[in-house]
Design a protein around this ligand. Structure first.
Ligand SMILES: C[S@@+](CC[C@H](N)C(=O)[O-])C[C@H]1O[C@@H](n2cnc3c(N)ncnc32)[C@H](O)[C@@H]1O
Ligand SMILES: O=C(O)C(=O)C[C@]1(C(=O)O)C=C[C@H](O)C=C1
Length: 246
């Protein structure tokens, strides 16, 4: 097996993790090896999202869309409405450049628009049927998270869906340790990362990826106004939540 992501193998000094050119270059390999069940999550989300789009149209916003993998799954879905509009936002220009190439190479249904934007400054979004926040809210400063979810809630149409996926902390410190150990074991045994690579990436992500507990994430959703909230997938410290606006 050859892996593209060798970023933490090659470095001599650990710096704060950033979604820069180097990360963008290997991101698809990195994320598929770092988020357990990444591909399966993409598949179930695409199916779910189609149920929330009207027959011929609909608007979907993917916040922190990275290299456009989720948008590519959606626009390739057999049930994707031909007039749907897909908007991808990210504050990393190198990630969006990769997304542009990926989506252009595909016979996509619907229309895709990619925009450079900081989620922390987002004060409005177009009216949408679905908003996706996959592994992105955890990178937004805690102080800005509620405001962002309030903006999402305002933008969603009644009956609209938010998918929020996050790395979380377990409430119980002992179980938190178990989850982290199990995750590190996954990264070595399933994904081929060495202990040194894992240790360096952990250091680089410290204070950059700030995980909340599940109850803290759920409280953000409740305060934003979402009447319907649940988890639909969990693998130890990786959780997918959904919320629907009444
Ligand atoms: C782990 S990746 C998300 C992966 C992607 N959603 C997927 O499922 O493949 C996090 C993304 O969020 C973006 N991001 C982080 N902080 C952001 C912010 N404040 N504003 C906009 N995008 C941000 C990063 O540039 C990165 O592309
Ligand atoms: O690799 C890790 O340790 C992660 O926390 C995974 C994670 C994420 O959850 O967003 C972090 C950064 C990106 O490389 C992709 C995935």
């Amino acid at each position: 097996m050859t892996y593209q992501d060798k970023l933490f193998k090659q470095i001599t000094r650990v710096e704060d993790f950033a979604f820069d050119e180097r990360v963008a270059g290997v991101f698809d390999d990195m994320v598929a090896r770092s988020v357990p069940f990444y591909n399966e999550i993409q598949r179930i989300q695409a199916d779910l999202i189609m149920d929330f789009l009207p027959d011929e149209a609909g608007v979907v916003c993917d916040l922190g869309c990275s290299t456009g993998t989720t948008l590519a799954h959606l626009t390739a879905h057999p049930r994707c409405p031909s007039q749907a509009l897909f908007i991808g936002l990210d504050n990393s220009a190198p990630m969006l450049a990769k997304a542009q190439v990926k989506l252009a190479a595909q016979a996509a249904k619907g229309q895709v628009s990619l925009r450079l934007a900081d989620l922390a400054d987002l004060t409005d979004l177009p009216p949408c049927n679905v908003v996706i926040l996959n592994w992105a809210l955890q990178f937004v400063r805690p102080i800005d998270r509620q405001g962002l979810l309030n903006t999402v809630y305002q933008a969603l149409r009644p009956g609209g869906l938010l998918l929020l996926s996050e790395k979380i902390l377990a409430q119980d410190p002992l179980l938190n340790r178990v989850y982290i150990d199990h995750y590190l074991h996954f990264k070595t045994s399933q994904s081929g990362y060495s202990d040194t690579e894992n240790q360096r990436k952990r250091e680089a992500l410290e204070n950059v990826l700030i995980p909340y507990r599940l109850d803290e994430n759920m409280a953000l959703l409740e305060r934003a106004g979402f009447a319907h909230r649940d988890t639909y997938f969990q693998w130890f410290n990786f959780v997918c939540m959904m919320a629907v606006k009444r």
